[in-house]
Write a protein that binds this ligand. Structure first.
Ligand code: G1P
Length: 297
């Protein structure tokens, strides 16, 4: 039996400039798909995978994120008084056990690898997960749960992986595949955002990781890489060189890139259509829109 993965790091320090002006005062992770903030999807996925400790790496201007997980006694009282029990339970689902969340500040924007490294004292010497809340993954079983189950067989480190069109590979960390075993692939290496035409495959890293504490040790002394940032990909690549025990995991599920406007809109439509209370009205509207567009062409 392998060590259980009970801690997850959520790097949420990014400025979210792609969503300006909204992100001038609202952290990107609080932006909503239908009525739930992005961060709630990440937390729910982590909980399903057995995570008990949630470590947020934040930055200045992210206090709304901390408030979101607080109890809201006035709101609760009001809902109780009005007998709105359903809404009350919606609220209660967001509550976290006392002490289950830790917030750490990343004082300088030095990259994803640096953000993860900021949490090293809280992780100490055990394997841990990293979830990038921008990558929202819909599916029957959460992506991290699928990975945690697969990790029971493999050990080592694991990254979520997905095929992307070759021309998109330079937006991702990309795997150099050694052996393709279906859901699992073993890897020879990993490159962060390869130049166009140089990607070792079209299997891209998506924002879910299970990492050994060795990766954290590597990160502490790591030089900056692509874009002048300390890259998580480089620390994992170093782990591959040393131990050859890093795997890619092709998850089952639909991934939305909610770090981009188009991806965010697609996710909004998909999650809206998945909701029983909204489905019919939204579908009818979309059909009408498409028909009107076609007629105008
Ligand atoms: C980060 C990682 C990259 C990964 C991507 C997944 O990049 O550095 O390796 O493929 O997340 O979303 P970012 O999109 O934050 O630039």
């Amino acid at each position: 039996m392998r060590a259980r993965i009970t801690k997850a790091i959520f790097p949420v320090a990014g400025l979210g400039t792609r969503f300006l002006p909204a992100t001038k005062s609202v952290p990107k992770e609080i932006m909503t798909l239908v009525d739930r903030p992005l961060i709630q999807y990440a937390i729910d996925e982590a909980r399903e995978a057995g995570i008990k400790e949630f470590i947020f790496v934040t930055s200045r201007g992210k206090s709304a994120l901390e408030d979101y997980f607080d109890h809201a006694p006035h709101l609760e009282e009001e809902l109780r008084r009005k007998g709105k029990n359903e809404l009350l339970s919606v609220l209660e689902e967001t509550y976290m056990e006392s002490g289950a969340i830790a917030y750490i500040r990343q004082h300088r924007a030095l990259g994803l690898g640096h953000a993860v490294c900021c949490a090293h004292r809280l992780i100490a010497n055990e394997p841990f997960a990293v979830i990038l809340p921008d990558d929202v993954i819909a599916g029957e079983t959460g992506c991290l749960k699928q990975m945690v189950d697969a990790y029971q067989e493999t050990g080592g480190s694991m990254v979520a992986a997905m095929e992307v069109p070759p021309e998109k590979a330079s937006s991702y960390g990309v795997l150099d595949v050694k052996e393709d075993m279906g859901s699992l692939v073993s890897v020879n290496g990993m490159v962060e955002k390869p130049e166009a035409g140089t990607a070792p495959s079209n299997l891209a890293v998506i924002g879910r990781y299970i990492l050994t504490p060795d990766v954290l040790r590597t990160l502490r002394n790591q030089e900056s890489g692509k874009g002048g940032e300390i890259q998580l990909t480089d620390a994992i690549a170093a782990e591959i060189e040393r131990k050859r025990n890093v795997y890619g995991y092709r998850f089952v599920g639909q991934r939305y890139d909610c770090g981009s406007k188009a991806g965010f809109l697609q996710a909004t439509v998909a999650f809206g259509l998945a909701r029983e209370d909204l489905r019919d009205e939204l579908a009818a509207y979309l059909e009408e829109m498409v028909a009107t567009r076609k007629a105008a062409q």
